[in-house]
Design a protein around this ligand. Structure first.
Ligand SMILES: [Ca+2]
Length: 311
């Protein structure tokens, strides 16, 4: 395991309070250094600017991952109810699912505001790529029991070379979980993903307070997972907003539906109707309830994932 300990990289974490300064100190201690630079994340340090310019370099983490200090994560989120809630939802207990199948109740926006305590963890700086997923397949021979639409974007089961560095898609929750376990990782809890995307200041977008189209994938397909460095999160992660939606844990089951909360949005924006899933890049204040039905349907060209690892 490669541990990177560039103390000056701390400049991109933060921070405006003593509690956050303590996190920075903790990060430095874990990395074997000491906190020397504490700045506001909205004004990136020269180190971060350099990393953003070159698209390279790591914060404190295992290779390809960044360290996220633990702490309380404030989950201020909104989503469309879509058949009951996503829990915790005040007034929407799982057993009341049949009151929310039609009409206003079905389409109602639900807002959450609660806190979750998370432990420190590492998170992939980028979505898992097709090349990385191919390594997993080559090493394990993995094939899902229900293979419908599995890697549908790989003609004849062969990874298109031009997509090697793009996020892998057409993988369901179990495919992603299996990859993560092989890599010695796991999928992120939603609160972990949320913290990685919004930073300690709870930013509405990974880079700041306002949407900026130049920082996200607005094209007609996926982009390389390590592109658009100007859209990186406070901790240096790529494409937490957009490119492809990302699986989070846990999988919920309220007796009526099984579902997973997806985060970040994708390049794709359906037009012409109301849809279960919102289109385009999504802010950190939004998540969506993705109903699980069948692996073949759960595998989509707009859903990928990244992994986390405990410290
Ligand atoms: Ca993404």
């Amino acid at each position: 395991m490669t541990v990177y300990a560039k103390v000056d990289s701390l400049g991109c974490i933060v921070l405006g309070s003593s509690a956050l300064a303590e996190r920075a100190t903790w990060v430095a201690e874990v990395a074997g250094g000491s906190a020397q630079s504490v700045r506001d994340v909205r004004e990136p340090s020269s180190a971060l600017a350099e990393r953003a310019r070159t698209g390279s370099g790591l914060l404190f983490g295992v290779e390809g991952m960044v360290l996220i200090p633990g702490g309380k994560v404030r989950m201020r989120l909104t989503h469309q109810r879509r058949e009951c809630g996503c829990y915790p939802d005040p007034g929407t207990p799982p057993e009341a699912w049949n009151k929310f199948l039609t009409g206003e109740n079905f389409h109602l926006d639900l807002s959450h505001d609660f806190e979750v305590e998370v432990k420190p963890f590492f998170i992939d700086e980028a979505e898992v790529t097709n090349a990385e997923f191919k390594q997993f397949l080559d090493a394990t021979g993995y094939r899902p029991k229900q293979a419908e639409n599995f890697l549908k974007h790989w003609p004849g089961g062969e990874m298109p070379v031009e997509l090697a560095e793009h996020p892998v898609v057409y993988v369901d929750l179990e495919d992603a979980r299996t990859y993560a376990a092989w890599a010695g990782k796991r999928l992120p809890a939603e609160a972990e993903w949320h913290l990685a995307a919004s930073g300690p200041d709870g930013l509405p977008w990974p880079w700041g307070n306002d949407f900026e189209a130049a920082r996200v994938n607005t094209g007609a397909g996926t982009m390389p997972a390590r592109s658009l460095p100007e859209g990186r999160s406070p901790f240096g992660c790529y494409h937490l907003c957009g490119n492809v939606w990302e699986w989070t844990e846990p999988r919920y089951d309220d007796g009526h539906t099984r579902f997973v909360m997806l985060r970040g949005g994708s390049f794709y924006k359906a037009e012409g109707s109301g849809w279960y899933t919102p289109g385009g890049p999504q802010p950190n204040t939004s998540h969506t309830k993705f109903l699980l039905m069948w692996p073949g349907l759960d595998r989509c060209g707009t859903i990928g994932f990244r992994c986390v690892r405990d410290t």
